[in-house]
Write a protein that binds this ligand. Structure first.
Ligand code: CA
Length: 294
């Protein structure tokens, strides 16, 4: 005959088994982080280097100046404060400084920027103003003209390029592939990222090879997907970088005045010679150089 204690023990064991089975079913059935090929969507990274930036900028666009190892093209947003800017890396000092800035029309809210090698011009998006500002001369930009953003795109968020096309994000999971023409921009095709149940709002973007890397607004995530067919390859989470920024803000006693909801990761610049990325966020005190390891 079994004692009451034994019955309690067996009962607890059965309950544990049921709970374990339920947990395994839930986690085992969670195929949402698995690619069609069976790999994981969860990306991994290492911080290679940390650079301090000379001021807090509202990053909306970031990329390396073509052919340069230490200069970045940057687009800054906000009403009355929007700029096209050049930033320079000091490797020894581990710092990055703004070396030149060119204010855009003070009525505009600046967004993504990119240099388009096919016409040697710089394009800067505006958020809801329906225009792009076009510049020539990368080292001392001169405003050439303003062109309309195709109405189908709606809002302007992020910009990047390859040899043939300019790519535009608009806060959705779509990326518009365009080319400049005599009157503005002509949409060639639309990439729909295969994000499943997720609803990222793509903001600053970067193109490396056949893949687009996109910041997802209000998060510290970067989505990697194919520019060919939108296949989602990885989702990288950079909460570690955001936490370092948070610690800095806290150490300065500025927690009450810092805009935690808005000042998320939003800046991706691919560094070709080291196969790394410089990442930052709106109003962050740092740029982090990271290697994507998976
Ligand atoms: Ca970028």
């Amino acid at each position: 005959m079994l004692s009451v204690g034994t019955w309690i023990y067996i009962g607890a064991a059965i309950a544990s088994l049921v709970i374990l089975t339920v947990v395994l079913t839930i986690t085992g059935g969670n195929s949402s982080n698995v690619t069609p090929g069976g790999g994981t969507l969860v990306g991994a990274h290492n911080i290679v280097k940390t650079y301090r930036v000379d001021d807090r900028y509202f990053y909306q666009g970031l990329e390396f100046v073509q052919g340069s190892t230490n200069q970045l093209l940057m687009g800054e947003g906000w009403w009355g404060k929007s700029n096209l800017a050049l930033m320079e890396i000091d490797e020894e000092a581990k710092s990055i400084s703004r070396v030149a800035s060119y204010p855009i029309n003070s009525a505009y809210f600046g967004e993504g920027v990119t240099y388009f090698p096919a016409d040697s011009r710089i394009y800067q998006l505006t958020w809801k103003d329906g225009v792009l500002v076009v510049y020539e001369n990368l080292q001392d930009p001169t405003k050439l003209k303003e062109i309309p953003l195709p109405s189908q795109i709606g809002e302007g968020w992020g910009l990047t390029h390859d040899a043939d096309y300019i790519y535009i994000s608009n806060g959705s999971t779509k990326v518009y592939v365009v080319v400049p023409n005599s009157t503005g921009l002509s949409i060639q095709r639309v990439i729909s990222a295969n994000v499943g149940y997720r609803t990222p709002m793509f903001n600053e973007i970067e193109l490396v090879g056949d893949y687009i890397y996109a910041n997802a607004y209000t998060t510290n995530d970067i989505y990697k997907f194919s520019k060919i067919d939108g296949t989602l390859v990885k989702i990288y989470n950079f909460a570690d970088l955001a936490n370092l920024q948070k610690k800095e803000v806290q150490s300065l006693g500025q927690s009450y005045s810092y805009d935690w909801g808005n000042n998320v990761l939003n800046g991706i610049a691919y560094r070709q010679e080291t196969n790394t990325f410089l990442l930052t966020g709106k109003k962050w005190d740092f740029m982090f150089e990271v290697a994507l390891t998976d």
